[in-house]
Design a binder for this molecule. Structure first.
Ligand code: ADP
Ligand code: MG
Length: 404
């Protein structure tokens, strides 16, 4: 790692580590993700995609990419160092003391701006969780971790694989539906709920119970001092049918969030959104939370972009590296694997991927029977009672839904 001095390790994962480093030429600090490169050419190519994707993103609420290079069998990604740690740590440090609503909304608005940016670029994050959201000491929120261990663990499973953390996995995934931009919205809803309660919205002792809770959307209400608007926002994001969930554009152009983003708009965002978003947020200043916001050209344009993501996903056969869909993914077989491997206390890795089917299944009502039949009463290794994902849970919290 020529040109950088390693200061300390700030994160570790199945892929390798994240180091705090100092660039010798500038004395600037960076977070350096060190990823062990797989031996195969295709594996190496897949590993590089994390860097390629991150490099494409330029937004104040996305961790900034500095450079990437390879040395001694590793891929290094130098990125902006977020000195406030990750959101999971922050929640844990609260020790049960709830965050004030204005702080929650301020963080959440920034997160929505970041996700809006990636959706506009037709990228789905697919692993939005508190551990992948980084903070700075000056109150900025940045979405990070654009790669995933699953790309590295089995490149063959890349095209049709979804990697996620069970607590954040939306119902459509358990029900064999493709992942789309609204699936990221579900995960965003989980984050908002966690910020309000310091707990995962859906908690259970077994996979079966977790899936049922997610698919039925059974949620404990927020602490009563939070506003109706916040409760309403969460309810919208947890709509079971993905198409009924708001896009980030809709979220950002209504109510409190619209008013808030005016405050955190930087020149960069203003350029990106254009005058029309400002107009939209100005308008929403005068609207009541429950009132439907007026449609504006910018919102429609941005909504169109978001739905294009979805349409393109439906139309393509896992050919776009940024938009692989989980098409006909065999949840049942994936879960059987989880079941098997959980018993030996190992994390789950994908095996091989079959070509996806072009047919998109219709939305089906009812419980995800295949997943449930496969799971029976398999216990989660640990069920965390708080949003903390440490200890046992981390051993199984990365699920790969790949076809067998
Ligand atoms: P993984 O693929 O293992 O989830 P991440 O990119 O999420 O890897 O990094 C793992 C951990 O390292 C994060 O949860 C966070 O605590 C820390 N980390 C990663 N990138 C940064 C960064 N840019 N600034 C500060 N901490 C970071
Ligand atoms: Mg991560």
């Amino acid at each position: 790692m020529d040109g950088y001095t390693v200061l300390r390790v700030i994160g570790e994962g199945s892929f390798g580590r994240v180091l705090l480093v100092q660039q010798e030429s500038s004395n600037r600090m960076f977070a350096m993700k060190e990823i062990r490169l797989p031996k195969s050419f295709s594996g190496t190519q897949n590993s590089r995609k994390e860097a390629v994707l991150l490099a494409k993103m330029k937004h104040p609420n996305i961790v900034a990419f500095e450079e990437s290079f390879e040395a001694e069998g590793h891929l290094y990604i130098a990125m902006e160092y977020c000195d406030g740690g990750d959101l999971m740590q922050k929640i844990k440090h609260q020790k049960g003391k709830l965050f004030p609503e204005d702080k929650i909304l301020h963080w959440f608005a920034q997160l929505c701006l970041g996700v809006n940016h990636i959706h506009k670029k037709h990228v789905l994050h697919r692993d939005i969780k508190s551990k992948n959201i980084f903070l700075t000491q000056n109150g900025k929120v940045k979405l990070g971790d654009f790669g995933s261990a699953r790309l590295l663990s089995n490149p063959m499973a890349f095209a049709c694989t979804y990697v996620g953390t069970p607590y954040y996995v939306p119902p459509e995934i358990w029900e064999n539906m493709p992942y789309n931009n609204k699936s990221d919205i579900w995960s965003l809803g989980c984050i908002l709920y966690e910020l309000c309660t310091l707990k995962h919205p859906f908690q259970a002792n077994s996979w079966k119970s977790l899936i049922l809770k997610i698919c039925h959307g059974s949620l404990s209400p927020l602490p009563s001092h939070y506003s109706y608007e916040l409760q309403h926002l969460i309810k919208q994001m947890f709509k079971r049918n993905p198409s009924h969930r708001p896009s980030t554009t809709t979220l950002l152009s209504r109510g409190t969030l619209a008013r808030l983003i005016q405050k955190c708009l930087t020149p960069e965002i203003i350029t990106e959104y254009g005058e029309q978003v400002l107009e939209e947020t100005r308008k929403s200043k005068h609207s009541t939370p429950r009132k439907k916001a007026d449609s504006s050209r910018i919102r429609i344009a941005l909504e169109k972009e978001a739905s294009t993501v979805q349409r393109e996903e439906q139309g393509r056969k896992c050919s776009h590296p940024d938009l692989e869909r989980i098409n006909e993914n065999s949840v049942a077989s994936a879960l059987r694997r989880i079941n098997r491997e959980e018993k030996v206390g190992e994390s789950v890795h994908p095996r091989r991927a079959s070509p996806p089917s072009a047919v998109r299944r219709q939305w089906e009502k009812g419980a995800p029977t295949a997943a449930l039949a496969a799971l029976e009463d398999t216990a989660l290794l640990t069920s965390s009672s708080s949003a903390e994902e440490g200890r046992g849970v981390t051993q199984v919290n990365e699920i790969d839904f790949s076809r067998e």
